[in-house]
Design a protein around this ligand. Structure first.
Ligand SMILES: C[C@@](CO)(OP(=O)(O)O)[C@H](O)COP(=O)(O)OP(=O)(O)OC[C@H]1O[C@@H](n2ccc(N)nc2=O)[C@H](O)[C@@H]1O
Ligand SMILES: Nc1ncnc2c1ncn2[C@@H]1O[C@H](COP(=O)(O)OP(=O)(O)O)[C@@H](O)[C@H]1O
Length: 318
């Protein structure tokens, strides 16, 4: 019998609010963050195979490791161990199709790890619930549980403790991709350095942003977007200041660095405004590529049966 492949689609995220506390003894920072899942997606296909392999295609595939350091492969090993299989001979092959920018602050690696857990749960018929998979996800990385859950959520701890948040209506975003990525630990390290030097200002309380999400008014939300890592991402990549300015000049309500960057996310009034902003921003020559996206969207989900109706995200090339 030909083995049946399982394909999982999984979204990127943007942090609408990212308050970073001080570094903890374990090296992580205590966070209060609001994640939103966006319609930029990766797809991970898992198929039973004698030879364990991993293939990566699509957006930035060249800079994604295809060995044991791939976060999706770490997910295979972890789930193999926990289900009494040999992590060296897990008997599966992975194919990752990247639509999420690599090292862009949009949790692409985390997304692939979350997708792999969900796909393997089906391939190996483990019947683990979302809570059990969520606990494994947290072992793989701080952002992995959110990639599994999707929607809009308040994250605390390292970002792995999640509570869903009410977000009325769909928000429309323009995403500006940079030429090269930024490494998350370097951006946290730069924040510690800047705070030691000059005591960087911190984003305020999260409650007003939660109210804006519940109201569904993008103008209200735009005033409240905030990211403590933005200053350090801009310090490491000064050109981002120009990108952020250009998005607002192009008509976005507000722009923000996505997580640890360097991707910038611009909130727009509606879908038509987003297409206009994307076109103008792509002509401004401040970034590599521009995408239009919406949020919130669901977290990782099996799509083996509905590939035919996969939406093609609008793309504008700079
Ligand atoms: C900044 C954020 C915002 O959502 O995402 P990205 O923008 O990178 O996608 C996250 O905090 C990234 O989460 P994730 O990429 O899963 O990080 P992990 O693998 O758990 O940790 C990588 C490294 O980031 C730093 N780290 C991460 C999370 C945290 N709360 N404090 C930290 O200091 C640590 O240096 C850690 O060694
Ligand atoms: N499946 C994967 N997809 C993307 N990057 C991966 C993956 N596995 C490991 N990586 C590595 O993880 C690093 C962070 O990438 P990514 O998760 O896309 O960005 P970020 O942490 O900024 O959200 C990159 O340096 C990349 O080489």
């Amino acid at each position: 019998m030909v083995p049946t492949p399982i394909t999982v689609r999984v979204p990127a995220k943007v942090n609408l609010h990212l308050a970073v506390g001080d570094a903890r003894p374990d090296g992580y920072h205590e966070l209060v963050t609001v994640f939103q899942a966006l319609s930029l997606t990766d797809e991970v296909t898992v198929v039973p195979a004698d030879e364990p392999t991993i293939e990566v295609h699509g957006e930035g595939a060249d800079s994604v490791p295809t060995g044991p350091s791939n976060l999706a492969w770490k997910a295979v090993r972890l789930l193999a161990e926990r289900s009494d299989r040999d992590p060296e001979e897990p008997g599966v092959a992975l194919t990752i199709n990247k639509g999420i920018p690599v090292a862009g602050g949009m949790a692409g690696g985390s997304a692939d790890a979350a997708a792999t857990l969900l796909a393997l749960n089906a391939v190996w018929r483990l019947e683990m619930g979302r809570d059990e998979l969520g606990a494994l996800a947290a072992e793989l990385g701080s952002d992995v549980p959110f990639s599994l859950q999707g929607g809009t959520a308040l994250g605390t701890g390292r970002g792995e403790r999640l509570v869903p948040v009410l977000a009325r209506h769909t928000f429309h975003w323009v995403i500006a991709l940079d030429k090269r990525g930024l490494e998350t630990p370097a951006v946290y390290g730069e924040l510690d350095r800047l705070r030691g030097e000059s005591g960087q200002s911190r984003v305020g309380e999260v409650e007003p942003l939660l109210e804006a999400l519940a109201s569904g008014d993008p103008r209200q939300l735009a005033l409240l977007l905030g990211n403590d890592l933005q200053a350090s991402a801009v310090s490491l990549r000064p050109g981002l200041r120009r990108t952020l300015r250009a998005g607002v000049q192009a008509g976005a309500l507000a722009g923000i660095v996505s997580g640890s960057g360097p991707t910038c996310a611009f909130l727009c009034t509606d879908g038509e405004a987003a297409v206009r902003v994307a076109a103008e921003l792509s002509g401004a020559g401040v970034c590599r590529t521009v995408r239009v996206a919406q949020g919130p969207v669901p977290g990782a989900r099996v799509v083996s049966d509905d590939r035919a109706d996969k939406p093609t995200p609008p793309q504008v090339h700079a």
